[in-house]
Design a binder for this molecule. Sequence first.
Ligand SMILES: Cc1cc2nc3c(=O)[nH]c(=O)nc-3n(C[C@H](O)[C@H](O)[C@H](O)COP(=O)(O)OP(=O)(O)OC[C@H]3O[C@@H](n4cnc5c(N)ncnc54)[C@H](O)[C@@H]3O)c2cc1C
Length: 466
Amino acid sequence: MKIYQMEEKYRQFIGDESRLTGYCDSLSFPETEDEAAEILAHMAASKTPVTLQGGLTGVTGGAVPQGGHVMNLSRMTKVLHYEKTKDGALLTVEPGATVLDLKKEIRGLAGKNRLFWPVWPTAETASAGGIAANNSRGICSYHYGDARANIASVRFLAADGRRKTVSAREERELFGQIVGGEGAGGVITALELTLIPRPESLWAICFFLKTENAAARFVEGARRIAQAHREAAAFVAALEYLDGPVLVLIKANRASMAKLRDLPELPADPAGAVYMELHGPEDGVEELAGELLELSADCGCTDEDTWALSGEAEAERLQHFRGAASELVNARIDEIKRTDPAITKLTADMTFPGEPFTDTLTRYRKSAAIVDIPCYIYGHAGTGSLYANLMPENAEKYEAGKQLLRSWARECQARGGTTAGEYGVGKLTKNLLDGLLPEAKREIFETLTAEWDPAGILRKKLTTHP
Ligand SMILES: Cc1cc2nc3c(=O)[nH]c(=O)nc-3n(C[C@H](O)[C@H](O)[C@H](O)COP(=O)(O)OP(=O)(O)OC[C@H]3O[C@@H](n4cnc5c(N)ncnc54)[C@H](O)[C@@H]3O)c2cc1C
């Protein structure tokens, strides 16, 4: 059992992409489940709090320690098992394997069978364990769903030392708590990913709209079309939004980001862009694309305002375009932090159920304008799960931004919505939205702790109060 005392060279392990920085006394990097179990037993004996970490790409501070011990799973990266099934394959991996590693691994293993896992978040260094713990979603979640829907089982090492393989089908409730449990109760030490066949044909289309109104109108229409084709052979897999300020960031950084350099020049001053992926048989996809192109023309898009690429490799270039939004928004926060290190990410990751897209967008845009804080909006337009990122430029604006975030959360709760979605709760969101977080999440944390972690070393809370 190797436990290292905290020192300067481990600084990278006390912060994540939330830009929150914590502290710890010691760290470990287990390479096997047995080693992880030994370390947990040691920490439980002294009731030392443990923070689990995967790839540290989380944006809510879930992997940021506040004292105690850090257990980083990034050295558990083995592929444990690969098995063909009637519809695809099952791939069992250790939790530290990253998106980038696993995409390569799957290509090699599946060979001509052309299989894929449709959950990958756009952060390529995120780990399989972190994705499961946060129940993350990729850009194609509109059709394929979240991590829970695409994992067949997880191996769970409880904080009290018990070990268990939990099947999604047979132990639905416990599985649903562990996947999305953000590391409460125990460590995910292996995952069985459900791989499915790639679509016969894949088109990626990006529509650039000239006004935010036109963009919202296009999203509403695209949602209707997507809904009508939901059960068809050819369907909309992704329906994502990037607002004008995000597009300005992308334009400004296009030359310096390798993965954006070979994309065409962006149209002049777009107010919003909609990224869509269409999957299915070639003729069905063409027909669906035709309907969307007609809609886009009605919303003022010309040929110059539309990028359409077909095939996986080509589509990947456009996926990078969508993925750049998260990276550039985070980089913008780093710039702000240089002037005031106390400023953190202020992101609304909320869903207002049944609300028209225009209303969600207008709420964020108008209220951010009233307090005069720049707001960058992008995310899953198909399901209305947008991220509104406030960028306060000084301490006073930061306070105003926090209040605004809380007022959105109150409204979201009043409408029966979810105030913390796929990014999880973490420590930052817990502080920012104290008292306004989803009750269902509190129940999951409490149930997992009561059942599997009697010493409370992995305890997660939804409030800053003791
Ligand atoms: C540029 C960028 C793009 C992103 N895109 C997306 C996106 O498209 N979709 C999306 O959903 N998210 C996205 N995210 C957020 C982030 O990538 C996801 O939350 C991801 O799942 C975190 O994985 P990780 O390995 O980095 O986990 P970490 O940040 O290390 O940890 C996240 C949480 O999981 C827990 N944890 C980690 N490993 C384990 C384990 N083995 N067992 C139990 N608990 C564990 C940690 O304690 C913590 O609470 C993005 C982030 C960035 C910076």
